[in-house]
Design a protein around this ligand. Sequence first.
Ligand code: 13P
Ligand code: SF4
Length: 335
Amino acid sequence: MTTSPEQIEKDLFQHGFLPIEPDPTLDLFEEIEKLKKEKNAIILAHYYQDSDIQDIADYIGDSLGLSQKAASTDAEIIVFAGVHFMAETAKILSPEKKVLLPDLKAGCSLSDSCPPALFRKFKEKYPDHVVVSYINCTAEMKTLTDICCTSTNAIHIIESIPQDQPIIFAPDKNLGAYLVKKTGRDMVLWDGACMVHEIFSNEKITKLMVRHPNAQLIAHPECEEHILVKAHFIGSTTGLLNYTINNPGQEFIVATEAGIIHQMQLRSPNKTFIPAPPENTCACNDCPHMKRNTLEKLYVCMKYELPEIHLPEWIIREGRASIDRMLEISAKAGL
Ligand code: 13P
Ligand code: SF4
């Protein structure tokens, strides 16, 4: 059987090899709006996306909010402006829908730090432990997980587990250590981390705090402990955003990916937001994976309905229980 040139083109595109550039004279905002209506598509975006993508999205949120939206939407196509594990989670929750990711190579260093084959071996050493995995992991990891969590619900999830039940927490050792401290539970931690949240410079942050004595340091729990101990507030991306809206403070040093500052500035135009400086010469702290998605790729992806997320049926079936459990506990906690 021969493959048609059209199919070859689609296969290459699906694997990210075909650079289809949109016509530069197009107003991409207008075109994307048209495609949304024509195709009954919804754009879900994480706070770490480019400002343009956040501005055109139908829903912007943290990992929990995005999962809840992916589970409840009645759109036929979910366009996920985020990274691969997020789009996989949407596919697990809505397997009958088409789930698109503008750039399939938008991965996650934290998810990569926990290969399922290695984790399977690790888990065998602790047969009586329950596995709680941060949602930032592959779909296959979710099949090895009892309950997923996000940074918004992690404390509730851990506290929902009986005190005498031992726990493995994967893959983020920083969030894990933070949870051990907050809940008093002695968990076995997988040794993984996020490249963006591990790069903040303690020394440069200290200097910034001296120069801006009224500024509050706000940090994501994926940061290392030496940053978290200095923070005035620790929370998920939504938690950090809400803190900047509700707190009377006027200046904030933001220790998470810099994309969220766009929402902070929109919600509090008169407040000042300073990105926490990383341990390198770059002035920013962008996630290179999140930032692979661009408005151009979003448009092309919606026009051609590619690249699409496909998952084996057994992964959808076995991965779903850990996410459903997380959503149930979150709903009970009013999250
Ligand atoms: P939340 O938005 O759920 O806090 O997660 C942060 C993150 O690192 C996503 O990749
Ligand atoms: Fe992964 Fe970190 Fe990027 Fe989030 S910010 S997608 S955890 S690498």
